[in-house]
Design a binder for this molecule. Structure first.
Ligand code: HEM
Length: 328
């Protein structure tokens, strides 16, 4: 009961049988251990991402606000119209997960900004309000605890024991909902980054992609939808009219902790509008396109830096391992 209610809604609900010892999974580097642990939970699906395996690729533009340029010298905030490639995704490692399943949340939005000089920078965000754990090691151990806690596991399960010492896990899972459309969802950066302005002044922040309207539906309604309802709907919607998001930065207030992605900052913190993301095309061959693409949260350009949040490096490492395997 515990593992179901806690983990289904953060996309870790596909629970495979036990037999996973910590020693077994701890071979190799932490990023490799994480991808191995993701594979234990979801199974291996050659050619697909170890997490957020089901996705749809599109194209569009980003045009920054004047406020963005005053916060950061990054070239994406110049005010020029910047071409972007985006990928919406369902959570988890199942390439055919039904979009309305609890396993498919949190949904993801990855954005690649393509600058005139040929450089690129990425933003990789999802619909969780905050992350269940604060480090790569803890994420690996959470996955291993899930894999080792099948329905018939002896009580207390490894997962129940993990949750006891990591109380943010159930709260994170409760922070996500089912959207009626991938366009009507808010995506959150979760990890803190740091803007640097043209005078070298620094400001920590977290990204938000805010939809024009936020529409959530109940789990029951979502479960009744057709298996590809979100992906079919976004393709139809974009064919009729561009889909827009406001990219925003929630600024850290003095004293806010940047190294812990399990703790959201106060809703009263200042939020600055960074500009408009416009998605005007969904690619007809997303399956082939997404194989070639890699989005990395730590792929940054001057004007945007990593904070002391340890998840960013852990993610970069794991995404690279996953990309290496799916490209073979
Ligand atoms: C330790 C923490 C995390 C780990 C180990 C992790 C791991 C992964 C892995 C292995 C992939 C597949 C990458 C690929 O093959 O290209 C992935 C994809 C993704 N992750 Fe994470 N993740 C973590 C945290 C997060 C957080 C905090 C967010 C958002 C706030 C997030 C959002 C996404 C999205 C949107 C994708 C799909 C990217 C795409 O479309 O290519 N992840 N994650």
């Amino acid at each position: 009961m515990l593992r179901k209610s806690l983990l289904l809604s953060i996309g870790f609900g596909m629970l495979f049988g036990g037999g996973v010892s910590l020693a077994e999974a701890q071979s190799g580097s932490v990023p490799t251990q994480i991808v191995d642990a993701l594979n234990k939970v979801w199974g291996v699906h050659p050619g697909f991402r170890a997490n957020h395996a089901k996705g749809i690729v599109g194209q569009g533009t980003f045009k920054a606000s004047a406020d963005a340029a005053s916060l950061s010298k990054a070239a994406i905030f110049s005010g020029d119209t910047i071409p972007v490639t985006i990928r919406f995704s369902d959570s988890g490692g199942l390439p055919n997960v039904p979009d309305g399943s609890k396993l498919a949340v949190p949904h993801g939005l990855a954005i690649k900004f393509r600058l005139k000089d040929g450089s690129e920078t990425d933003m990789v965000i999802n619909s969780l309000k905050f992350f269940p754990v604060g480090t790569g090691e803890d994420f690996r151990d959470l996955l291993l605890a899930i894999a080792a806690s099948p329905p018939n596991a002896p009580q207390p399960t490894k997962l129940a024991l993990f949750v006891k010492t990591h109380p943010r896990v159930p709260l994170a899972s409760a922070s996500v909902h089912q959207p009626d459309s991938l366009a009507d969802e808010q995506y959150n950066g979760v990890d803190a980054f740091v803007f640097v302005d043209k005078n070298g002044k620094k400001q920590a922040f977290r990204y938000i992609a805010a939809p024009e309207k936020l529409v959530h539906i109940s789990d029951e309604e979502a479960a009744k939808k057709s298996p590809n309802y979100l992906f079919d709907e976004i393709a139809t919607r974009v064919a009729k009219a561009p889909v827009k998001f406001h990219l925003q930065a929630q600024l850290a207030a003095p004293g806010d902790v940047t190294k812990d992605p399990t703790i959201p900052w106060a809703a009263t913190n200042k939020v600055v509008d960074l500009g408009v993301l416009t998605i005007d095309k969904i690619d007809s061959d997303s399956l082939a396109e997404q194989k070639k693409l890699i989005f990395l949260p730590g792929a940054l350009i001057p004007g945007i830096e990593e904070s002391d949040d340890p998840l960013i490096d852990a993610r970069d490492g794991a995404y690279a391992v996953s990309f290496g395997r799916r490209s073979q």
